[in-house]
Design a binder for this molecule. Structure first.
Ligand code: CA
Length: 712
C-alpha cells in the first residue's frame, strides 16, 4: 500500500518527490582517483573457489557472506586502526533511489563490488568509485505466485564461485549470473511459486555446490529443507529435510527415522517447520557443512507434537556431509521449542584454547539467549552461558547438554512472560569474531513477551497459509514498551563464557558487526550512526551519521595500498516493517531518507548530501470517514499480511507507508487501484488481485480505526 501515482498530495508523497530531485542532482560522487578496474578482469584475477575462501590471511577481497569460510567477518587489514580511525572519512557514495530495506553484505573481488538490494536486484560496481558496471533484475514481482506477497523487499547477500554470482530470490529461485556482464546463466526453482515459503538468505557456496534453504514457518504449514545445486549447471546435487514427513510415506534417510522418534501425533499435517533461512557455514578444515535450523511450524508444541518430544531437528546446529547431504551430528539448542527460539543465527568457526587444549570450535548465539561453544569435530557442547536475560531456562545442564526449563515457561499453566521473545536475544544481524582479541561481537536485544494459547482450540487447530489467520497456535503480546526496549553491543569471551564489555544502544534492531586487525569493531545503529570501537574494550573511537537507520553489516577491502570500509544504508529487515511503534520511533518514515552505499577511507574528501531529519508520520484526521467497528474487526484478520510491510497495528516501521497517514485509505477508488489494481507495483506494492470489494472496505475500516485510536 505504497504512495500511489495518482497525484495525491499527502506529506510523505511530497517528501518523496523532493528527495528524488535531490538524488538526481547528486547521483554518484566523482571519484578523486579513479582506479577503474574493468569488468573483464573478473575472470583473470582472483579465482574464487575453495582455496581462496579458505585463505583467511588475504585482506583485499571480501569473497563470501562472512568474508571467508570461517564466517568471522574479521578483516586482516590494519591501515585503518585505533590510531588512524579518527581520519576515516567518506570516500565515495552511491545513491540507490529504487531501494528500500538494505540489509546485505557486499562482496568484493579484485576491485569490483557485488551487492544485492531491494527485490533481489544485484549490482556490480567499481569498488574504488561506486560507478555501476552492471545491474541484474530478477523481476521478483513477476515471478511470485498469487499469494506470496508479504515482506518481499530484503535479502542478506549473494555468493560468488569462479565466474558466477549467485542470488536467491524471494520467490524461491536460485539464479546464476555471469560476473563479467550481469547476464543470467541459469535459474532453478527451489520451491513452487505458490508455496508459502520465501528466501531472504545468502546462498552458501563450497566445492562447486551452491546451497540454499528457505523461510516460512510463520507463513503456514511448512517442512524445512536445504538443497545443494551444481554451481556450473544448476542441477540438484542433494536435498536434506530438517524434520520428518509422514512415516506412511517412508523416510528419506536414517536421520529422518531417528528424528521421527522425537515427534508425537500427526506433526506432518502441520509441516513441522525447522526452515533453514540463514546460518550456513562450510568448514573446509573438517570438510563439514553446518546448518542452523528453524523453529516449529506451528510454534505451539501442544499442537505440533501433542505428546511432547524434542522434535528433531528443530532449533539445532546440524552437521552434514557437503558432498552427499548425509547427516553427521547435531546439537539442539531448544528441544521441543515453543517460543520461535530458532537457531538460524550465524555459525562462526574459531580455533580456541580451552583449558590448554586446542579446540576446533563453532560459536553460535541463537535467539534463546545462550551463547554456545561447540566442538565441531563431534558436536560436543563445550559451554553454554546466557548472554542476555533467559527467563525460560535457568541454565544449560552440562551433563546432558539440555536447558533446564522454568516451570510455566511453556505457557502450560496460562500466559507466561518470557525473555528473550520471538525476535530473539540475537537475530540475523551479523556476529563477528576477532581472533586477536579473542572476542565475538553480538548485536543483542533485550525484550520479553507474554505467550498465551488461551482460546486456541488445540485439537482442531488448522494453519492458514499466507498469514491470513493464526499460523502460530499461540498469541504473543510484547511486555516491553517501545521506549524501554533496549539493545546492546556485546563483546563475548567464548573461552571464559562471559561478557568482556557491553555498550547500551537505543531502541532495538541495531545492525551486525565487522572486526579488523586494526583492533576495531564496526557497527551501524538504528539511529543512523556508523561507529568504530576499540575491539578490546569497546571505547568509541569514530562515528559517522548516515542520516538513516543502518541495518546492514559493514565490510572492509583494499585496492592497491588503500583500505576501505563500506556499508549499505537502508533501514530494513522484518522488524523495520512489522515493528510498529518500536520501529517507527527512530523516524525513518518510508520514502523520506535516501538509500545509499557509503564507502570510507583515510583520505576520503567527499561530502554526503544533506538528508531530511527524522520524521514520524502522524495519523490523518478524516472526520468524513465513519469507522464501522464490525467491518474493522473483519479487516483486522486480513491485515495480517499487510502488517509485514505496513506495521503491526497499522503503525509502519518505515519499510512501507504508514497507512494511518494515507489519504488513499479515504477513497475506495484510490485504495482499490493500489491494492487490487497494482498501480503502485513499481514502488514495491504487491497486487492483491483476488480481494473483493467487501474485503477492501474492511481493510480500510481497520486502518482508519487504528488511525483514530492513535491520534493525539
Ligand atoms: Ca521463526
Amino acid at each position: 500500500m505504497t504512495n500511489n501515482k495518482n497525484g495525491l498530495t499527502h506529506p510523505l508523497y511530497l517528501l518523496t518527490v523532493l528527495s528524488s530531485v535531490l538524488l538526481l542532482a547528486t547521483a554518484c560522487s566523482a571519484p578523486e582517483e579513479p582506479e577503474a578496474p574493468q569488468a573483464t578482469e573478473a575472470t583473470t584475477g582472483t579465482v574464487v573457489d575453495d582455496v581462496a575462501m579458505s585463505d583467511v590471511s588475504q585482506g583485499e577481497n571480501w569473497l563470501a557472506y562472512g568474508r571467508d569460510y570461517s564466517e568471522q567477518r574479521y578483516s586482516t587489514l590494519d591501515q585503518i586502526n585505533t590510531t588512524t580511525v579518527s581520519n576515516l572519512s567518506l570516500d565515495w557514495y552511491l545513491d540507490l533511489p529504487r531501494d528500500r530495506g538494505l540489509v546485505s553484505t557486499p562482496l568484493v573481488v579484485d576491485g569490483i563490488m557485488y551487492f544485492v538490494g531491494s527485490m533481489n536486484r544485484v549490482r556490480a560496481v567499481n569498488a574504488g568509485s561506486g560507478q555501476i558496471i552492471w545491474e541484474f533484475d530478477p523481476n521478483v514481482s513477476d515471478n511470485t505466485g498469487n499469494d506470496l506477497r508479504a515482506g518481499w523487499d530484503h535479502n542478506r547477500g549473494i555468493g560468488i564461485w569462479k565466474d558466477k554470482v549467485f542470488a536467491a530470490t524471494w520467490d524461491g529461485r536460485l539464479v546464476a549470473i555471469d560476473r563479467a556482464n550481469g547476464k543470467q546463466v541459469w535459474s532453478v526453482r527451489t520451491f513452487g511459486a505458490e508455496q508459502p515459503l520465501y528466501i531472504t538468505g545468502a546462498p552458501k557456496i563450497f566445492k562447486g555446490k551452491v546451497l540454499i534453504g528457505n523461510g516460512g514457518t510463520e507463513n503456514g504449514p511448512s517442512r524445512g529443507y536445504v538443497t545443494a545445486y551444481d554451481a556450473e549447471t544448476g542441477e540438484q546435487a542433494w536435498r536434506f529435510y530438517i524434520v520428518p514427513g509422514n512415516p506412511a510415506d517412508g523416510f528419506e534417510n536414517d536421520a529422518m527415522r531417528m528424528a521421527a522418534a522425537t515427534w508425537t501425533g500427526e506433526w506432518w499435517k502441520h509441516g513441522g517447520g525447522g526452515n533453514a533461512w540463514h546460518g550456513f557455514t562450510y568448514d573446509a578444515e573438517l570438510d563439514q557443512l553446518y546448518i542452523g535450523t528453524g523453529n516449529g511450524s506451528p510454534w505451539n508444541r501442544k499442537i505440533r507434537s501433542p505428546g511432547g518430544g524434542d522434535n528433531l531437528f528443530l532449533c539445532s546446529v546440524v552437521a552434514l556431509d557437503p558432498d552427499t547431504g548425509d547427516y553427521l551430528w547435531h546439537y539442539q539448542t531448544t528441544p521441543g521449542e515453543s517460543w520461535d527460539f530458532n537457531s538460524n543465527m550465524d555459525i562462526v568457526l574459531a580455533d580456541l584454547d580451552i583449558d590448554g587444549h586446542a579446540v576446533k570450535a563453532l560459536l553460535h548465539a541463537p535467539k534463546n539467549g545462550f551463547f554456545y561453544v561447540i566442538d565441531r569435530s563431534n558436536g560436543a557442547l563445550i559451554s553454554a552461558e546466557p548472554f542476555t536475560e533467559t527467563t525460560w531456562a535457568t541454565h544449560v545442564d552440562m551433563a546432558t547438554g539440555r536447558p533446564v526449563e522454568v516451570a510455566g515457561a511453556r505457557y502450560e499453566e496460562g500466559p507466561a512472560s518470557v525473555s528473550p521473545m520471538a525476535w530473539g536475544a540475537h537475530n540475523w544481524h551479523a556476529m563477528s569474531y576477532n581472533p586477536d582479541a579473542g572476542l565475538a561481537y553480538i548485536p543483542a536485544m533485550h525484550m520479553s513477551a507474554s505467550y498465551s494459547d488461551d482460546g486456541v482450540t488445540i485439537e482442531d487447530w488448522k494453519s492458514t497459509p499466507f498469514m491470513e489467520g493464526d499460523t502460530l497456535g499461540v498469541a504473543l503480546v510484547p511486555d516491553t514498551k517501545p521506549d524501554t526496549v533496549t539493545s546492546t553491543l556485546q563483546a563475548w569471551d567464548p573461552v571464559k563464557g562471559e561478557i568482556a564489555w557491553e555498550i547500551p544502544l537505543s531502541g532495538t534492531w541495531n545492525a551486525g558487526t565487522m572486526t579488523t586487525a586494526g583492533n576495531l569493531v564496526f557497527q551501524g545503529r538504528s539511529s543512523g550512526d556508523l561507529v568504530a570501537y576499540n575491539a578490546n574494550n569497546g571505547e568509541e573511537l569514530w562515528t559517522f551519521n548516515a542520516g538513516l537507520g543502518i541495518s546492514a553489516p559493514p565490510i572492509s577491502y583494499s585496492i592497491g595500498s588503500k583500505q576501505f570500509i563500506s556499508v549499505l544504508v537502508g533501514w530494513g529487515g522484518g522488524f523495520a516493517g512489522i515493528g510498529g511503534r518500536t520501529a517507527n520511533q527512530h523516524g525513518w518514515a518510508y520514502g523520506v531518507h535516501p538509500r545509499r552505499l557509503l564507502t570510507f577511507s583515510l583520505n576520503g574528501n567527499t561530502e554526503m548530501p544533506p538528508v531530511p531529519p527524522p520524521m514520524i508520520p502522524q495519523p490523518l484526521s478524516m472526520p468524513e470517514f465513519q469507522v464501522d467497528l464490525e467491518l474493522a474487526g473483519q479487516g483486522a484478520g486480513m491485515y495480517g499480511r499487510c502488517s509485514f510491510c505496513h506495521g503491526g497495528g497499522a503503525i509502519a516501521g518505515g519499510m512501507a507507508p504508514d497507512l494511518r497517514a494515507s489519504v488513499m485509505v479515504g477513497s475506495d477508488e484510490a485504495f482499490a487501484n493500489v491494492v487490487r489494481g497494482g498501480s503502485a507495483s513499481e514502488n514495491g506494492m504487491p497486487t492483491f488481485a483476488s480481494l473483493t470489494d467487501d474485503e477492501l472496505l474492511a481493510l480500510r475500516h481497520y486502518v482508519r480505526l487504528q488511525a483514530e485510536l492513535t491520534m493525539e
